[in-house]
Design a protein around this ligand. Structure first.
Ligand code: NAP
Length: 436
């Protein structure tokens, strides 16, 4: 018998559990541990609330969690309630699937002003993450700036632009739904430090900007390289995205809200009297190495809300070697040390789609299987040992059936047409389960 612990119940954690459960069958017990009482990580808290079809992948994860050789353990913070060293003493392999929940810093003056938020905070706010549910993004001003040219920037710009009717079928949480209903934001600038040929935006997400009820994208045709240079984009999978941006450049925007693409523009400072009021932007050009270089030309963009969507990092955890440059755990192909592994964003940084985590998790499961063949025994205590440790520390763990009760309550509380109304505080969830 082998005992495996996976720390984190997002996509990477679930695909790894699925792979291990298949490979070992009855020869292993796999435990997926999350610091929150609820599972799914990025699916619940990162994927945009109006992208419900993507969230359906959770049905596959449910099957994993309900398999006989798998157990979900919620409300247990590894590195806090239990150390990684203790976990390694109890399990044959520990897999870090903790994602990348921290915002990367912009590193510019003024980024700590009220009104400046990272995308983990802003997305966490509208998705009801217990760490971010109490934020109050300022939506009284008319101008917002979104920094970054990736899909998260598009998510943020789109959510800021949608009407309540458009958000109706989403699972955006009530506090954000109501706040966005009162929002005065009319003018959203997406600041991209490089050009249209360097965006990290995919066609589906870019295409959605052209379908909005009361908002439209504004792109300056002068920002594009000559059209014959678009041919080279096929190999990079960018041809469709750039094609959409060219279409937008040819459009007349006649709607109430504008989403402006400001290419070759990087923020150098955020200013304001006790809160964000404007972003000082420097014009850039792309150097021979493809990097954005400042030209020295500066201009001002008014903004009472600034959301920085420039990527994430994984927080270090005691007992796990850390790669400070990469903002993730130090690893080679997912192996950190003997018996200690990393998958997903904790392994490779914040890149790729949900589906990218499947081969990632399967690859690490294969490495574990190679090191600990099916049928071998490591003599570890596994879940029984963890339960005893948690009991001795009065840590109240939740299980998958507890999640099912929370899920049922969330579905029962949903606005009309919405799939669920998420509980946004851990204590509220625990109260529902009968704990004080
Ligand atoms: P991302 O795709 O890495 O994009 C980050 C953007 O921030 C890039 O345009 C980057 O520009 C820019 N940036 C980085 N540092 C900057 C700085 N200091 N100043 C100004 N700009 C800066 O990251 P993301 O948007 O957070 O997305 C993370 C991952 O999740 C991606 O793989 C994404 O595709 C995925 N995702 C997918 C979906 C979906 O499929 N629907 C939705 C959301 C996210 P440079 O290129 O110049 O570095």
């Amino acid at each position: 018998m082998r005992h495996f612990a996976i720390v984190g119940s997002g996509p990477a954690g679930f695909y790894t559990a699925e792979a291990l459960a298949k490979a070992y069958g009855e020869e292993a017990r796999i435990e997926i541990i999350d610091r929150l009482p609820v599972p799914y990580g990025l699916i619940r808290f990162g994927v945009a609330p109006d992208h419900q079809s993507i969230k359906k992948v959770a049905i596959r994860y449910d099957k994993v969690a309900e398999a006989d050789n798998v157990r979900f353990i919620g409300n247990v913070s590894i590195g806090d309630a239990v150390t990684v060293a203790e976990l390694r003493g109890l399990y044959d392999a520990v897999v870090m699937a903790t994602g990348a929940p921290h915002d990367r810093a912009l590193g510019i003056e003024g980024e700590d002003l009220p009104g400046v938020m990272g995308s983990a905070e802003f997305v966490g706010w509208y998705n009801g993450h217990p760490d971010h549910a109490d934020h109050r993004p300022p939506l009284e001003g008319t101008h917002a700036v979104v920094i970054g040219a990736g899909n998260v920037a598009l998510d943020v710009a789109r959510i800021l632009s949608k009407t309540l009717e458009e958000l109706g079928g989403s699972d955006i949480v009530d506090h954000a739904y109501r706040a966005l209903g009162q929002s005065q934001v009319r003018d959203i600038t997406i600041l991209a430090r490089r050009g249209p040929h360097q965006v990290a935006m995919t066609p589906k997400e870019l295409g959605e900007l052209g379908q909005l009820e009361i908002a439209c994208p504004i792109v300056d045709a002068a920002d594009f390289p000559p059209a014959d240079e678009d041919a080279a984009l096929e190999d990079r999978g960018l041809a469709k995205s750039v094609g959409l941006l060219r279409d937008y450049a040819a459009l007349e925007c006649d709607k109430d809200k504008a989403i402006r693409f400001d290419f070759y523009a990087r923020p150098v400072r955020i200013e304001g009297d006790g809160r964000a009021e404007r972003v000082i932007v420097e014009r850039t050009h792309i150097d021979a190495d493809g990097r954005a270089r400042g030209t020295g030309e500066e201009y001002v963009l008014p903004a009472s809300l600034v959301v920085s969507c420039i990527g994430y990092s994984s927080p270090p955890i005691e007992g796990v070697p850390y790669d400070h440059r990469g903002g993730r755990f130090a690893n080679e192909g997912g192996v950190i040390e003997d018996g200690l592994y990393a998958v997903g964003w904790a392994r490779r940084g914040p890149t790729g789609t949900i589906g990218t985590n499947r081969p990632d998790g399967y690859e690490v499961a294969a490495s574990i299987e190679a090191a600990m063949p099916v049928g071998s025994d490591g003599g570890k205590a596994g879940g029984g040992g963890l339960d005893a440790l948690l009991d001795s520390r009065d840590v109240l763990a939740t299980g998958f059936s507890d999640w099912r009760r929370i899920e049922a309550a969330e579905e029962a509380a949903a606005r009309e047409g919405a799939p669920r109304e998420k509980m946004v505080s851990t204590s509220e969830m625990l109260r529902l389960l009968g704990h004080k």
